[in-house]
Design a protein around this ligand. Structure first.
Ligand code: FAD
Length: 308
């Protein structure tokens, strides 16, 4: 049984043009396919709807934004407050002069990579390797195959908790490896990226290579959250996990991937608690065998279920 109860919260929220729902399941909105519901779920119609909603929402109500949940573990008791997911009204994608591309925060990274390739723009190719949205890439400084978001970002548009629109330059994002230092409360709505001219056929070949390499080395067709832990400086998390003897280790249907042991997998029916416990067990064993503290890259959100 979930701990959150959204009907009462819904009554405290302002009306909106987008969809508002109480006690909305989130499991199917995450790659792990597990976890509890959102107390209230909101899918704003567009940026103005989002801003007006935030302005009128009492400040004590927690707000959390999700993308397509490829880096999230939602705990079994669900998410208190309002979970926001950007949809159609944030899916613009357009070419700008001087090899720039403007993309809405709900657009998939893969789609932006393809759009850049079709328009002969290089430097955004790495986005082919990240199965999230532009909003998620901005927050995570998503990166793959030698590129990361901070290398291509000119500016990001965002709405803050009070509903104010803000534009952040690359340096305002305070990027580091898989980290963005911009205020946690910001909901990114759009990004402007800088590429350079390239040959569409060459870019397409590079993208195909990324696709092949991912399919050969990562369990991309399973219920997973991608890399579980950040790589410690000068080390690879998967090697530390392998050396700790954790490849293939499982707790119920939650399993350390045999293919890539920095990936945790839900083999079917795993609770978020089992997946989190598995991750913590891996961290403990790595600490015992190598002395290194692994840091979660996956965002664990929400509350644990009392019944687990
Ligand atoms: C098979 C697999 C492979 C992966 N490979 C890679 C990889 O190579 N490189 C890599 O970097 N990542 C990888 N990931 C992790 C994940 O895809 C990235 O972190 C991605 O950027 C997350 O995007 P998302 O839309 O799914 O965000 P979510 O997982 O939904 O959210 C992640 C974080 O972003 C925040 N967020 C999402 N949207 C917004 C927004 N609009 N405004 C503000 N914050 C927002 C959320 O609050 C949360 O903190 C992989 C994941 C999987 C499942």
């Amino acid at each position: 049984m979930a701990r959150v109860d959204g009907e009462a919260l819904l009554k405290r929220l302002p009306p909106a043009r987008g969809r508002l729902a109480a006690n909305a399941p989130l499991a199917d909105l995450t790659w792990f396919r597990t976890g509890g519901p959102a107390e209230v779920f909101f899918s704003p119609a567009d940026e103005a709807d989002l801003a007006a909603f935030l302005t009128a929402t009492p400040a004590d109500i927690p707000i959390y934004v999700i993308g397509v949940g490829s880096n999230l573990l939602v705990r079994d008791g669900g998410m208190p407050g309002v979970v926001i997911r950007l949809g159609k009204g944030f899916s613009g994608l357009r070419l700008e002069p001087e090899s720039r591309i403007r993309a809405g925060a709900a657009v998939l990274d893969v789609r932006v990579a393809r759009f850049a390739q079709e328009h002969g723009i290089d430097a955004l190719t790495f986005l082919r390797g990240i199965p999230g949205t532009i909003g998620g890439a901005l927050r995570m400084n998503g990166g793959a195959y030698g590129g990361e978001t901070k290398d291509i970002l000119v500016e990001a548009r965002a709405v803050d908790r009070s509903g104010m629109l803000r534009v952040l330059s690359n340096s305002d994002m305070h990027y580091a490896y898989r980290h963005c230092g911009a205020p946690e409360e910001l909901i990114f709505t759009e990004a402007l990226f800088q590429g350079w001219p390239g040959d569409p056929a060459t870019i397409a070949a590079a993208m195909d290579k990324i696709t092949e390499s991912r399919e050969a080395t990562q369990p991309v067709k399973t219920r997973t959250g991608g890399s579980t832990f950040k790589n410690p400086p000068g080390q690879k998390s998967w090697q530390l996990i392998d050396r700790a003897g954790m490849r293939g280790f499982s707790i119920g249907p939650a399993k350390v991937s045999e293919m890539h042991c920095n990936f945790l997998i839900n083999e079917g029916g795993a609770t978020a608690a089992q997946i989190e416990e598995l991750g913590e067990t891996v961290r403990r064993r790595v600490k015992e065998t190598s002395g290194i503290d692994l840091e979660w890259e996956i965002k664990r959100i929400g509350v644990a279920d009392g019944n687990v």
